[in-house]
Design a protein around this ligand. Structure first.
Ligand code: ARG
Length: 497
């Protein structure tokens, strides 16, 4: 394995020991020293040190260094498996474990001495390990390739981050639930086509987001299942030559399953694409929420006040309080969608198995994951502190004919077919618009002219609360149903915490 050789070579250099295998002649050794130092680029196969431009161009260290915890974790488990397979003695395993722990401390404490020649985090960890523990460091990579190592690292990263994501989704659900509890009795206009349609409870509106986030959580959980599979042992592409107990490594790392095909194991990143799909859908939901908050916080709607410390002013317009946070979250949606498209495009043309193109999986994934977790965190706080303008809401409900359907349903109750009732009420609305009237300006006489089926109780039918509470089936906006839903969510979210 190319990378294995490279590490061995370096360990010898670090140790000052003699190379095993082909011993270079003196003249060759001199030229090697000249060419390779300080670059890592020399391998047995490649005669020239890597060009500086290429070294920088191919390096993944600037972004895959974020994987170091997972890289070390994977290596620690691999050490144990190597000992179990009798490839390492107990003493050697101990030395490697101690060295890896030291490397991890250096990385955690930001004092890890990165070298220009470190192509990626895997090479950096191994190089440093070998510096610290000597030639035995070169044994760590036995039966392993960076190809199975990198996908293991990514899977470990994703297990952690999907869990964090799920916790943040739930936190935002809790924030919405809290607002729902406080606003069961607040009625808002419900919209379709952004035209006033029917009155709904504001709690019902907030719970709609709780539902969306629940499905997002379920999608994350589903992606987790396919992430949670252990690829180590796939080697570069074909498997490995050693009696390494893969199930043992999987158990150490808490994986319930092993990849069953080494070619697939090193070369698919569908779990990255799937995760990005999950993240893109979350952003789609957050972006809709953003759009709504921007509208609701506008002077025209004035349904809500965003917390002052979540808004900015304008450098020129003194009256402005801008909803930057929802706007930015709406804006970042495009970025996350872009990352999904990026991985899909990267993968679509790749023959089996590993191809270096796949190194391009990390930046989109890390950026998307970080972005979505941050958006969820910010939104949970904003939603908790959202102030609902009850005064404005109650003042605006009289207009817009929100109760038109109620009136039609009243006629249906009196035996009028719905289509006919729909037409009668439509004409009444037109009459009102022509005479600049609202429902409450209508007299019983006006109603009777529209249809003889109207009688006194029709006016009683025209209340917002009545309209809301009549939607009493599962999923409807009646206060009874919404209370039932809130109670169910409370129990559910408490369980998951
Ligand atoms: N840095 C690479 C990646 O992120 C992993 C190394 C595999 N490189 C190789 N030459 N086989 O995909």
């Amino acid at each position: 394995m190319k990378s294995g050789k490279r590490v061995q070579r370096r360990s010898r250099q670090a140790d000052g020991g003699q190379p095993q295998g082909v011993v270079p002649t003196n003249s060759k050794r001199r030229s090697l020293a000249k060419k390779s130092a300080p670059s890592k680029a020399w391998t047995g196969r490649i005669a020239e040190p890597t060009h500086q431009l290429v070294e920088r161009f191919t390096s993944s260290l600037p972004f895959d260094r974020h994987l170091f915890e997972y890289d070390v974790l994977g290596s620690l488990a691999h050490c144990q498996a190597l000992e179990k397979a009798k490839i390492l003695t107990r003493t050697e395993r101990r030395a490697l474990v101690r060295g890896l722990e030291q490397v991890r401390d250096e990385l955690r404490e930001n004092r890890f001495p990165f070298a220009d020649s470190d192509e990626d985090i895997h090479m950096a960890v191994e190089r440093r390990l070998t510096e610290l523990v000597g030639p035995v460091g070169g044994k760590l990579h036995t039966g392993r390739s960076r190809n199975d190592q990198v996908t293991l690292d990514l899977r470990l990263y994703l297990r952690d981050h999907l869990r964090t994501l799920q916790a943040r989704l739930q936190d935002l659900q809790r924030a919405f639930l809290g607002q729902a509890r406080e606003h069961l009795d607040v009625i808002i206009p419900g919209y379709t086509h952004l035209q006033r349609a029917q009155p709904v409870s504001l709690a019902h509106h907030f719970l709609a987001y709780v539902e969306m986030l629940e499905r997002d959580n379920a999608r994350a959980q589903d992606a987790f299942k396919r992430v949670n599979v252990m690829p180590l042992g796939s080697g570069a592409l074909a498997g490995n030559n050693y009696p390494i107990d893969r199930a043992f490594t999987a158990k150490l790392l808490g994986f319930p399953a092993l990849t069953r095909n080494s070619l697939d194991g090193v070369s698919d990143r569908d779990y990255v694409a799937e995760t990005l799909g999950v993240l893109a859908i979350i952003m789609m939901h957050l972006s809709r929420l953003s759009e709504e908050l921007v509208l609701w916080a506008s002077h025209e709607f004035s349904f809500v006040d965003l917390p002052d410390d979540f808004c900015t002013g304008s450098s020129m317009l003194p009256q402005k309080k801008n909803p930057d946070v929802p706007e930015l979250i709406r804006g970042k949606t495009g970025r996350v969608y872009g990352h999904l498209l990026s991985i899909m495009t990267t993968l679509k043309g790749l023959p089996l198995s590993y191809n270096r193109d796949m190194q391009e999986d990390k930046e989109p994934l890390f950026d998307a994951m970080g972005t979505v977790i941050e958006c969820l965190t910010v939104y949970a706080e904003l939603i908790r502190r959202l102030r609902v303008r009850r005064d404005v809401l109650s003042g605006t409900l009289g207009s817009g004919f929100l109760l038109a359907t109620e009136l039609a349903d009243y006629l249906v109750k009196k035996g009028v077919p719905f289509r006919e009732a729909h037409g009668i009420v439509g004409q009444l609305v037109r009459h009102c618009l022509e005479h600049r009237k609202e429902w409450h300006n209508l007299s019983l006489a006006d109603l009777k002219t529209a249809s003889p089926h109207f009688s006194k109780d029709a006016l009683l039918f025209l209340t917002l609360e009545g309209a809301v509470d009549r939607k009493a089936q599962t999923g409807g906006t009646s206060r009874k149903q919404v209370t039932r839903q809130m109670n169910a969510w409370e129990a559910r979210l408490a369980r998951k915490a």
